[in-house]
Design a protein around this ligand. Structure first.
Ligand code: TPP
Ligand code: MG
Length: 892
């Protein structure tokens, strides 16, 4: 083809394409979008039959999803809302700048809220409904780094004082301050959801929306049209958790869920996708997952230009630019925009010919245009059947000008010079003089000003202020003595594991008239592992779709029963998702005023080790409930090996301040802990939660000795004293979980073979002992004039003669950390090192925590004390079959 023919061909194509487009327009006009869609679908099918290979794309053009003709009228007073927003922008900036003037490097973020202000303000003025006695309210997850803007709004609303703003990030100052990010632990009347660890809030929001449906389907709350809004950053979407559950949201038809992704195309260091387009990438991911995707890319100023673009050249051009180039346009002059964005094609240049350079620079993006955002939010709340994600394009550091707008350093910008402050003041029309504004004062118009009256009226119309956390659940009434009593009696010689014992208690709780309906069992595809499959049939597995198939095992007693009002949350293989359900259920006492009691049972190694950050967030959120680490204990879980055998989780549970961690050995210990936990959390409304490890090693469960309840809860009690009171050779042995049995066997060996009288203690919680010891020590230090207090461990061991040996299925550090409150030196045995695929006996030998090693440890201590001869120790090592040169488990 020579050049001339090619040009002719091209021209013909253009004409033909134009005709096709015009006929589509006329179909749209005469018959509407449904018919147009039908035609396009038929054309696509026809093309496929004819062998035309249409490339797969989940993307739509780089344009606003909602066309101008379908854009609703903006219902508010736009000018007034702009003024309010400007004041919030100013105060948000002032908080950060002032804080950093007072205390260098105290931190804070200006540019995140600067980019998101319109996204929030449209929500606050028109969408976010507060919780009221009549209505459960919408649930909003605020982007953590946008906190200054949320505080600044609460200041205008009159909910936070200037003093509090002044002490942003300086919470310990007199009069109180404000926490850097949303932390319910620190501001329990304000923040509901901790969001600042990126990726947690999108996942939590999905499971929150799903849990709301669960409560409705189980008849625990009425069905409402309340929404869950999650505001997240575009950079944040790189966290695997952010997109990790989006298919669940669509599968569950969560049209009560709205994600708003603030697409400022930047993260902390630079562009999110310099060489690509994050918005298009997210669109295809969400559309592929069957979400309703609404792109808000261009502001109203673009509408007339796009309208003139009858050939679609501009949209094509927009789709070709990579984000790095878009970012460059933000920091460039109008002339640069004209040359580099429109300059490639004379027809594009013609489109913007009437506009001066300055106007070109000011063409707003969709995320900064309240009308476009309003349209998107309205479409989102009205959308039925699937969740919605709004991808809103914004500029990071919007309004900061030279101080950082669109620049790579903007995320960290905390200080503005005088010129920059004056410029920001002028751009947003803050009524402060040149001199005044460089002091960056907080600015709040009078209560009877138009702005404050409008803002308050809007919130009143929407039911009150947001965010606001309140606890509205009534405490449960009963003590539940009867519920747990049967487990105090032991198993009468029958061998059962603590897991089986726990499941028995769970079954019983599920039948209880008061708490039965509130119990929420949560499992990540592990119910059979824990022997919980009988619950499938009795209480059912929750499924919003009911059961559309006859289960393959329908003829068996324990068939796989899914039901719309099923009680078990069978989450599939997602510990993160299960934890998010645990959080939703364990915080429902505040979110919904419903005291649901979650029991999340998981493979203990895949708990703290895998999802500790969610557990930390749960703690921050004052989540209540029980985490159960199943198949726990490095040497108790036989066979599974290095990845599965957990000797870590009780150490990893130490840092979580409001988490109570227990390693019980017997059924009655679990019963005591559960009963007390339910009382403390749901009757006395304490903001604590529990981690209890349960094991799969079967052994007879003894009846509960007299008077041990208090000790079980405090962390230790003497389980079995030696009957031999005459011997001069004495020992105190400490065991936990199934290792307690090894201590009991060691007690026998010591007595029978070596004449050592040993007492055996069950240490149910090293964490509780550690916390108590530290607290007592601290109190004594600060109160030297008072009678010193005595740690509980010290009290327990006050009149206990002999050497001290502790054995744990977890790291040695657990027993060792309480040794300083013991009357004498302690030998701590534990399971530091990688696990092995082996049976229990071999594992306990390998890790040196079995009865023989406990015996040798006790004899060694006696030898050091000069109570037994070395020959006794040598002989014991030999007779007990211990290889002194065996490999060290910690380094092998
Ligand atoms: C898990 C986690 N990793 C890292 C950070 C530190 N961090 C805070 S903000 C930020 C960048 C955020 O970018 P983006 O999500 O795009 O939000 P934007 O501020 O641009 O709206 C990073 C890396 C964090 N808060 N959480
Ligand atoms: Mg970003």
């Amino acid at each position: 083809m020579d050049n001339e023919t090619s040009t002719q061909q091209h021209a013909m194509d253009d004409v033909e394409i134009q005709e096709w487009l015009e006929s589509l327009d006329s179909v749209l006009e005469s018959s509407g979008p449904e018919v147009a869609r039908e035609i396009l679908e038929r054309l696509r099918a026809h093309a496929t039959v004819e062998g035309i290979d249409l490339p797969f794309t989940a993307n739509t053009p780089y344009a606003n999803t909602i066309p101008v003709r379908l854009q609703p009228l903006f219902p508010g007073d736009q000018e007034l809302e702009r003024r309010i927003k400007s004041l919030i922008r100013w105060n948000a900036l002032a908080m950060v700048v002032r804080a950093n003037r007072v205390e260098h490097n105290i931190g804070g973020h200006i540019s995140t809220y600067a980019s998101a202000a319109t996204l929030y303000e449209v929500g606050f003025n028109h969408f976010f409904r507060a919780r009221t006695p009549e209505f459960e309210g919408d649930t909003v997850y605020f982007q953590g780094h946008a906190a200054p803007g949320i505080y600044a709004r609460a200041f205008l609303e009159g909910r936070l004082s200037a003093q509090q703003l002044e002490n942003f990030r300086r919470e310990l100052k007199p009069g109180g301050g404000l926490s850097s990010y949303p932390h319910p632990w620190l501001m329990p009347d304000f923040w509901e959801f901790p969001t600042v660890s990126m990726g947690l809030s999108p996942l939590m929001a999905i499971y929150q929306a799903r849990y709301n449906r669960y409560l409705e389907n189980r008849g625990l709350k009425p069905a409402t049209d309340a929404k869950v809004w999650a505001f997240i950053g575009d950079g944040e979407t790189d966290e695997p958790e952010s997109l990790g559950a989006i298919t669940l949201a669509a599968r569950e038809n969560l049209d009560n869920l709205i994600f708003v992704v603030n697409c400022n195309l930047q993260r902390l260091d630079g562009p999110v996708r310099g060489n690509g387009q994050i918005i298009q990438e997210l669109e295809s991911a969400f559309r592929g997952a069957r979400w309703n995707v609404i792109k808000v890319l261009w502001g109203s100023e673009w509408d007339p230009i796009l309208e003139r673009d009858t050939e679609g050249l501009l949209v094509k051009r927009m789709g070709e630019m990579v984000d790095g180039e878009y970012q460059k346009l933000v920091v460039s002059s109008g002339a640069y925009v004209r040359e580099h964005f429109f300059g490639g094609d004379p027809r594009l240049l013609q489109l913007v010919e009437p506009l001066p350079d300055e106007a070109l620079r000011r063409l707003r993006l969709g995320g900064h245009d309240p009308r476009k955002i309003y349209a998107a939010y309205k479409a989102a709340v009205e959308h039925k059947g699937t969740p919605t994600v709004i991808l809103a394009r914004t500029i990071k550091g919007y309004g900061l000008g030279e101080a950082g707008e669109g620049k790579n350093v903007t995320h960290q910008q905390k200080k503005l010079n005088e010129d920059e402050l004056r410029e920001f003041r002028s751009r947003f029309g803050i009524p402060l003089s040149d001199e005044a504004c460089i002091e960056v004062p907080f600015y709040r118009p009078a209560d009877d000003s138009e702005e404050i009256r409008y803002l308050r009226a809007r919130r009143e119309a929407l039911g009150g202020y947001v965010p606001k956390r309140s606890v509205r659940s009534a405490p449960i009434a009963a003590e539940h003595d009867d519920l747990f009593r049967e487990f105090f009696d032991g198993s009468e010689g029958r061998e059962v594991s603590t897991t089986m014992a726990f499941v028995g208690m769970l079954r019983k709780m599920l039948r209880d008239p008061e708490i039965g309906k509130l119990v929420v069992p949560i499992v990540p595809d592990e119910a059979r592992t824990f022997g919980m499959e009988s619950l499938f049939r009795t209480v059912g597995i929750y499924s919003s779709a009911g059961q559309r198939y006859e289960p393959v095992d329908v003829n068996t007693l324990l068939y796989y029963k899914e039901a719309k009002d099923g009680q078990i949350l069978e989450e599939g293989i997602t510990e993160a998702g299960s934890m998010a359900s645990f959080i939703a259920a364990g915080s429902a006492y505040a979110t919904h005023g419903i005291n649901t009691i979650p029991f999340f049972i998981f493979y203990s190694m895949f708990g703290f080790q895998r999802i500790a950050d969610f557990i930390w967030a749960a703690a921050d959120m004052r989540t209540r409930g029980f985490l159960l680490g199943g198949t726990a204990g490095r040497t108790t879980l036989s066979g599974e090996g290095l990845q599965h055998q957990d000797g870590n989780s009780h150490v990893l549970a130490l840092p979580v301040p409001n988490l109570r961690a227990y390693d019980p050995a017997f059924a009655y210990e679990i019963a005591v802990i559960l009963q007390d936990g339910i009382r403390r959390m749901y009757k006395d409304s304490e903001n604590i939660f529990y981690y209890i490890t349960v094991m799969n090693e079967p052994y007879p469960m003894p009846p509960m000795p007299e008077g041990v309840k208090d000790g079980i809860l405090k962390g230790m009690y003497r389980y079995h004293a030696s009957a031999n009171t005459k011997s001069k050779l004495r020992a105190q042995l400490f065991g936990s979980g199934s290792i307690l049995n090894e201590a009991l066997r060691a007690q026998e060996i010591l007595e029978e073979k070596f004449g050592v009288a040993a007492d055996v203690w069950s240490v149910t919680s090293y964490k509780a002992l550690y916390t108590d010891g530290n607290e007592v020590e601290r109190w004594n230090r600060l109160h030297p004039a008072e009678e010193p207090r005595v740690p509980y461990v010290t009290q327990c061991l006050a009149n206990t003669p002999g050497v001290l040996v502790a054995a744990s299925d977890y790291l040695k550090t657990l027993p060792n950390m309480i040794s300083k409150w013991m009357p004498r030196r302690l030998t701590g045995l534990g399971t530091d090192g990688f696990g092995r695929s082996e049976g229990r006996a071999s594992l306990r030998e390998f890790f040196e925590v079995d009865a023989r090693f406990i015996t040798v440890a006790a004899l060694h201590e006696l030898f050091i004390d000069g109570k037994v001869a070395r020959s006794v120790l040598d002989k014991a090592i030999k007779d007990l079959g211990i290889n002194p040169d065996k490999s060290n488990p910690v380094v092998s």
